[in-house]
Design a protein around this ligand. Sequence first.
Ligand code: ASP
Length: 311
Amino acid sequence: MKPIIIVHGGAGDIPNSRVQGKLDGVKVAVTAGQEVLNKGGSALDAVEAAVVSMEKDDNFNAGYGSVLNLQGEVEMEASMMSGTNLDVGAITLIKEFSHPISIAHKVLTDSPHSLLGGEGAKLFALEKGFKVVPSDSLISMNAREALKKFLKHGEFGRTEIGPEDEGGVGTVGAVAIDAEGRVAVATSTGGMSGKAVGRIGDTPQIGSGTYADDKIGGVSTTGHGESILKFCLAHSIIKLMEGGADANTATRNAVNAMTARLNNTAGAITLSNKGEVGVHFSSKRMSWAYVKDNKIFYGIEHGQVFEEQCK
Ligand code: ASP
């Protein structure tokens, strides 16, 4: 099997001022993941590397740069799934760690549980040697501005808030297949600006934000969390592929069906277990990138596909 990786940097009303940063960020992230695969690394390590890259980058709503809850705090969530044995690991309501996805990976490999939240997730992370950072150090200027704007005239459900220079963030995700044909998916988020304290969205919920099955493929989603989880969007896409749809048709049909039914937007990236790619979003924009045949393909607008030689 030829390894492949695809990433997304979040769906939403991304303002023009944030477009370039996101395009650059998804290219850096997909390259980080591809390097792991090129060295013979596992799909799980590749999706972690790609997501870690975006968690460091405040162009994205994950790790540093996460959006804020109503009390002005970061509360992050992440999930990871391996398609080989359907192993999962997820965390939610975590505040003081730079890389939630790495903790989710540890839950997958080292915990008998699937999803750990809040204080328990923190205890687990500390036990496994993850270092706490001051939660304020994860807060970016954009995230503060986005919350201010939300508190003035907020409408919950928008991850990208306000005119130019405000908000402009996005959940991140990655789907990869390694040389052994193993499928893995990772998704990480700060959630929605102005969310209630303790709100849990789609991202840590397997079947909603993330799904992987070596027999079918893998999906990572982004967008309006309450809608994505009601629709089990990631698993809906997998089910369409299981029924014979190709990756792109399955992604498009499930995202559009969710939007038609629930009147909120989303996006998803998909790989079939044969390495076919699916990208679709019903939001205004979604940044994405994948590497194939030593070329990076990427975009953020509907119908847009840029192509560049890998360095
Ligand atoms: N799905 C995320 C959430 O609702 C937000 C996003 O994808 O931007 O928490």
